[in-house]
Design a binder for this molecule. Structure first.
Ligand SMILES: [Zn+2]
Length: 277
């Protein structure tokens, strides 16, 4: 069995602030990137215990240079993808040779009453595909699904874990913390979170046979609400995007990968939006 892992950071046990997952922070980030690395290591160990032969780990947060590579289990059949930008962002390296995908360190979508809730970018107020509101997990699960790959493990805060397990009932969910607010959590300790993730990953390997790829029905319609009018001004400049409101754009495609790449490009160009001085 070959396993692909998309590893975000905000859903790591204990994290309750942007500073803890901002690579520019000299004090808290170095500690919390170690917590993230340990959780990823625990998922790798659990996958192996459950029969994984080869693993691809994609560092999927911010600069995508968070994982401390020498603290991951040493093995020739483990590959780690680092750095950004990457054409497929949080899902770089996934292909149809993979048997299952794991999502670790994931967080609630923009607008949810949960810690560090967002969807790719703070410029995005909400995302929907075919009218269904989407988290990063849903958007990424549908990409995996378009390659025939099911998601069998989700770890992170309870809000996203509950949502994903509702959408993908074959997946194992490991909630490592509960939100008190945007910047406060009630969390497991890192060690307890790692133990739960290791056990969850092992169990997830046993779910692969019953798991199903998650897909939306074609044709695909992406609707984006942006945080500001200026963000929609920039996204509208890209071919294929249609302005449908002051803070809203739409993109349509018959191919889901093309839709996800358009969304990724939209988040990047929106980040460039600054009022001209
Ligand atoms: Zn992140």
């Amino acid at each position: 069995m070959n396993v692909y892992m998309s590893c975000d950071m905000e859903g790591t046990a204990g994290i309750c602030s942007w500073k803890q997952c901002d690579p520019g922070d000299a004090y808290e980030y170095p500690v919390f990137r170690r917590y993230m690395t340990r959780e990823v290591g625990a998922a790798i160990e659990g996958a192996r215990q459950g029969g994984a032969a080869a693993l691809i780990v994609n560092d999927a947060h911010w600069s995508m240079r968070n994982l401390l590579l020498d603290e991951l289990p040493a093995a020739g059949d483990l590959r780690v993808i680092s750095g950004a930008p990457k054409p497929w962002s949080m899902m770089q390296g996934l292909n149809s040779s993979v048997d299952a995908a794991f999502f670790t360190g994931y967080h609630a979508k923009a607008g949810d009453c949960a810690t560090l809730a967002h969807t790719f970018s703070e410029a995005i107020y909400s995302v929907a595909v075919n009218g269904k509101p989407c988290s990063e997990a849903t958007l990424n699960a549908a990409l995996a699904g378009s390659y025939g790959v099911p998601v069998v493990l989700i770890t992170g805060d309870r809000t996203i874990v509950s949502e994903v397990v509702r959408e993908l009932p074959w997946a194992v969910g490991v909630a490592v913390k509960d939100a008190i607010g945007f910047s406060a959590v009630n969390s497991l300790t890192p060690q307890a979170a790692c133990d739960a993730i290791r056990a969850g990953a092992r169990e997830a390997m046993g779910r692969i046979a019953q798991a199903r790829p998650f897909v939306f029905d074609s044709p695909f319609e992406l609707t984006l609400e942006t945080a500001g009018v200026e963000h929609a001004d920039f996204i509208e400049l890209m071919p294929g995007f249609k302005r449908i409101g002051g803070r809203a754009v739409r993109f349509e495609s018959r191919e889901y990968p093309a839709l996800l790449q358009a969304f990724i490009a939209a988040t990047r160009i929106a980040a460039a939006a600054n009022p001209i001085a």
